[in-house]
Design a protein around this ligand. Sequence first.
Ligand code: NDP
Length: 266
Amino acid sequence: MAAEVATFPAKYGRVPHLAVILVGEDPGSVSYVTGKAKASAEVGIRNTTIRKPADITEVELLDIVAGLNADPEVDGILVQLPLPKHINEERVIAAINKTKDVDGFHPLNVAALWQKQPCTLPCTPKGIIKMLKAAGVDIAGREAVVVGRSNIVGLPVAKLLLDENATVTVAHSRTRDLGEVTRRAEILVVAIGRPKFVTADMVAAGAVVIDVGVNRDPESGKLCGDVDFAAIEPKASVITPVPGGVGPMTICCLMENTIECFLRGR
Ligand code: NDP
């Protein structure tokens, strides 16, 4: 991507520009926003991070979004989630111009995804499919189980796996006998936010395991995923580590989405 972006000033007069809005000082959000700025610098994308206090009003935040929508030199807008409780996240996301929605969370992008129309794909699910393909995993016809059904990970990754012709099961907190379901998986994607929740007995030998979770291990205090990596790694055919797997891939896809938004209409 860096090599591609380096050609843009000569071709288009400038590089892509990503605007990130950070509200408050939640340590997780601060670290994600810092990671996004660092990746932008590596790729040569211009990054503006707008930091606002947690007591900003929704109207003030919507004004900032409107200003970025109207700015022809801004190609991508990302509002770091979660937002403070007094702000309606859905209203803020819907206020972003669909063509600048680099996260792919705008309702029109979500609708387009489910209708198989061209759209900006959400970064984490997009990265997961890219990783599976890069690792040479055959998706078509495989049994895929997605644990978690959030709008940002579980549901869209299930849809993308379906589009790749996997047979997809979506499990969640009300699933009866989760282990029985996850053991059927040839491709297992876990996005629940519970440290080391998926144990070795819940995974079939040879399974491909994608661990989306980012948690603090209550014992060591270190970052860990939703699956017990040490116990499952010998059993799985391929497995993503935490940190170092889905997270960096998500940021790569954010960079790619920013470039796509920049190039659209050029
Ligand atoms: P949410 O909290 O929005 O959703 C969690 C999902 O997991 C829900 O669907 C919930 O079920 C399900 N779940 C919770 N507990 C269980 C359980 N015991 N058994 C089965 N299912 C369960 O989380 P997100 O999807 O936003 O995030 C999930 C994890 O992924 C988090 O750790 C987050 O930090 C991480 N993440 C990482 C990213 C990255 O780039 N690496 C990007 C985004 C998220 P129900 O619907 O029934 O409540």
